[in-house]
Design a protein around this ligand. Structure first.
Ligand SMILES: CC(C)=CCNc1ncnc2c1ncn2[C@@H]1O[C@H](COP(=O)(O)O)[C@@H](O)[C@H]1O
Ligand SMILES: [Zn+2]
Length: 349
């Protein structure tokens, strides 16, 4: 990790809504995987972007290919999810986590796509049985690069798990290299997902010049937006897009370090967090890929606070308001609100 967040942010109870499983694998875990697979000849510089470093979007997506080589068996997926990623979020005082991951082809993992999802669910269940103080749910991810047919199959799978996973699978994510593929072609799959009750978080306007695609996808409308970096007029978006987001009150998942290191945003102070926060629009601070971008959620909260001059009280409110944006049902929101109320005196004594 690039640094240690101060105690307040470390102890602040938090909600993480935008975390890609394989992007969240920490250096420590990568070490173990490299140790197990020396023949791959992979170095750390190939799997994480350190302090002050930046990469092009294209280079960032190469990183995922390397991590996927390291995480390629059922045992790896189980270890990475349960032993490491979930535990690390819990240790960072994340009380509610929505993990997302793309089921891969069988030839890449030895598992069917169904088996892939089952393995992640098993990991979540193991942590639950152990009594870790974190509620974890799962979003099945569609990689936009893979086109209409695969998207349709993924929705069908997600639909099955929505009904059979005891509430653990709550929805769908649309992600993958934003410069590849066409959102329009995925609309039928996303419409089907919506009709069967899957909640949807879509990576939208992560790069510039996607006005038409963004407009189409906003009409669904999604339940949450990942990034939304180029929605507002000042950066080439439009008031029409902003109005759609505001009218439907669609929460944004904002990942500061990811956007700065991936160079879609020039600096922390120019991050669109400011724009949406000033509007009072629901905005949730998230990590995206805490392993790849060498960060964690405490650090992201601290960075937002120091960059935009926000008090501990304001950051507390932000973490509490994130509860309203989760995909799990109302009863879970109530439990989390109670948890926040119980913890508040400790943080503000
Ligand atoms: C390159 C960059 C700046 C990354 C941050 N922004 C992202 N944008 C779109 N898709 C993403 C991003 N980060 C991770 N993903 C998706 O998550 C995958 C890795 O996690 P998983 O294998 O689904 O478990 C990637 O292959 C990609 O499909
Ligand atoms: Zn993402």
């Amino acid at each position: 990790m690039d640094g240690e967040a101060e105690l307040f942010y470390r102890q602040l109870p938090k909600v993480e809504l935008h975390a890609h499983l394989n992007g969240s694998v920490s250096v420590r875990t990568i070490d173990r995987l490299i140790g197990r697979k020396p023949h791959l000849n992979i170095q750390h510089s190939m799997t994480a972007i350190g302090k002050g470093q930046r990469r092009t979007l294209d280079e960032c997506f190469q990183v995922f290919k390397v991590i996927h080589q390291l995480v390629d068996t059922e045992e790896d997926i189980l270890m990475v999810s349960a032993d490491h990623v979930i535990r690390e979020f819990a240790a960072d005082s994340v009380k509610y986590l929505e993990l997302r991951s793309t089921p891969r082809e069988e030839k890449n993992t030895g598992l069917t796509k169904k088996g892939y999802i089952e393995t992640v669910i098993r990991a979540i269940q193991l942590c639950k049985d152990e009594g870790l103080d974190i509620d974890v749910r799962f979003l099945v991810a569609i990689d936009r690069r893979n086109g209409t047919q695969v998207a349709m199959e993924t929705v069908a799978l997600a639909e099955q798990f929505l009904l059979s996973s005891d509430g653990l699978v709550v929805g769908l994510d649309l992600s993958g290299d934003p410069t590849v593929g066409n959102g329009k072609a995925l609309l039928p799959a996303l419409e089907r997902a919506k009709n069967c009750g899957l909640k949807m978080s879509l990576h939208l306007s992560e790069v510039q010049s996607q006005l038409e695609e963004t407009d189409l996808l906003l009409n669904l409308p999604p339940n949450r937006i990942g990034h939304g970096t180029f929605l507002h007029p000042e950066v080439g978006g439009s008031q029409n897009l902003v109005d759609k987001v505001l009218k439907n009150s669609i929460p944004l998942e904002l990942c500061l370090t990811s956007n700065v290191k991936g160079q879609t945003v020039p600096s922390y102070s120019q991050h669109h967090f400011k724009y949406w926060y000033q509007l009072g629009h629901p905005s949730v601070i998230c990590t995206d890929d805490k392993g790849v971008f060498s960060t964690d959620l405490s650090q992201e909260y601290q960075l937002a606070a120091s960059t935009f001059g926000l008090s501990h009280a304001a950051m507390w409110k932000l973490s509490q308001q994130a509860i309203d944006c989760i995909f799990a049902p109302e009863t879970v929101k109530q439990q989390l609100r109670q948890k926040w109320t119980d913890l508040q005196p400790q943080l503000f004594q």
